[in-house]
Design a protein around this ligand. Structure first.
Ligand SMILES: Cc1cc2nc3c(=O)[nH]c(=O)nc-3n(C[C@H](O)[C@H](O)[C@H](O)COP(=O)(O)OP(=O)(O)OC[C@H]3O[C@@H](n4cnc5c(N)ncnc54)[C@H](O)[C@@H]3O)c2cc1C
Length: 296
């Protein structure tokens, strides 16, 4: 008998679709989660993927967009936001942290994130494009490893939080070490949710907080490291460098950072992602075991 050819499953298409803001959840003083109702639109994404939001759609931003396009000399591109939700949750969710304008460091004030954090209302329509991105677990992850190491900073927690929630339910053979770096305890997004997941899965999840601008560990995280993510600490978390897959997400050098440094005649100072990559190389974690997502 001839073997029956099995047609490969069609790849989900990237589509533009409308969502309605159903709920706004304050995570920290500058970060919200927007719960988005996409109606019948399929939720055929993978934990870790993102949607894009075109800034041109908001009437409230029209004059600012026109001004920025004038001074930057180019069209304002869409911004990407990782999905906080998992495909088995009933609604989509994205979590946005307001970026700050820092004189001398950032050239322009941020455009979309302040609006999404402080200007969104329940019932508002937001058109998104998705689902996109390769920052996902491979289908055969449990054949490759039993240990996922998450290394994230700031809003870089978002895709890893989704991956973690999904994998705790659907990939029972995996355990997770979740290293999360922030300036202060009040910057920590999903602090309560991460603590609850750790309590519910004591053998499969260990959360490590690194706080770079606190002088004492907060009562909620008495074991928090009061320093940047460093080599000794990561080495102890990772253990066998050949035995894990690493997912690392957070701020990285942008081409504008590199251009500005070049104009000053300096080497650009590595940001979170570059520093972690260097530490992982020193620890001997193979490059093929490392997946990164840069938030620039
Ligand atoms: C894959 C991915 C997922 C992301 N997920 C999240 C998330 O879950 N939550 C979250 O809060 N953020 C996330 N971000 C960051 C987010 O996309 C925005 O960059 C962030 O919200 C700031 O947008 P803004 O419009 O407020 O700032 P802006 O500074 O107005 O916009 C940032 C954009 O401007 C560009 N830019 C920076 N400097 C210059 C310059 N000097 N000249 C011209 N252009 C410049 C950047 O490349 C970027 O496209 C993600 C980014 C990526 C790439």
């Amino acid at each position: 008998m001839q073997p029956t050819a099995v047609a490969p499953a069609p790849r989900p298409q990237v589509r533009v679709f409308e969502t309605t803001v159903r709920e706004i959840v304050w995570e920290t003083p500058d970060t919200v989660t927007l719960v988005l109702d996409a109606g019948d639109h399929p939720r055929d994404y993978k934990a870790g993927q993102y949607v894009s939001i075109d800034v041109q759609q908001f009437r409230e931003l029209k004059q600012l967009v026109a001004y920025f396009e004038h001074v930057k000399g180019r069209r304002e591109p869409p911004r990407a936001y990782s999905l906080t939700s998992t495909p088995d949750e009933p609604y989509l969710a994205i979590t946005i942290k307001e970026e700050a304008f820092v004189p001398g460091q950032t050239e322009y004030p941020p455009l979309l994130s302040p609006f999404l954090v402080f200007g969104t209302r329940v019932g508002m329509k937001i058109t998104v494009k998705g689902y996109t991105g390769y920052y996902v677990l491979p289908d055969d992850v449990e054949e490759r490893t039993d240990h996922i190491v998450h290394i994230v900073a700031g809003s870089g927690v978002v895709p890893n939080f989704s991956i973690l929630k999904w994998a705790l339910v659907h990939r029972p053979r995996l355990r997770h070490s979740f290293v999360y770096s922030n300036k202060t305890w009040s910057d920590v997004i999903f602090a309560r949710q991460l603590a609850e997941l750790e309590r519910d899965h004591p053998d499969r999840l260990k959360v490590y907080h690194c706080l770079t601008r606190e002088s004492a560990a907060p009562p909620e995280a008495p074991d928090a490291q009061l320093c940047r993510v460093n080599r000794d600490f990561l080495g102890s978390v990772i253990g066998d460098p050949n035995g894990c897959l690493v997912y690392c997400c957070g701020p990285a050098l942008t081409r504008w950072d590199k251009k500005a440094a070049k104009e000053r005649g300096e080497e650009p100072r590595p940001r979170f992602l570059e520093s972690v990559r260097e530490i992982l190389a020193e620890l001997g974690v193979p490059r093929k075991s490392i997946t990164t997502e840069a938030y620039g």
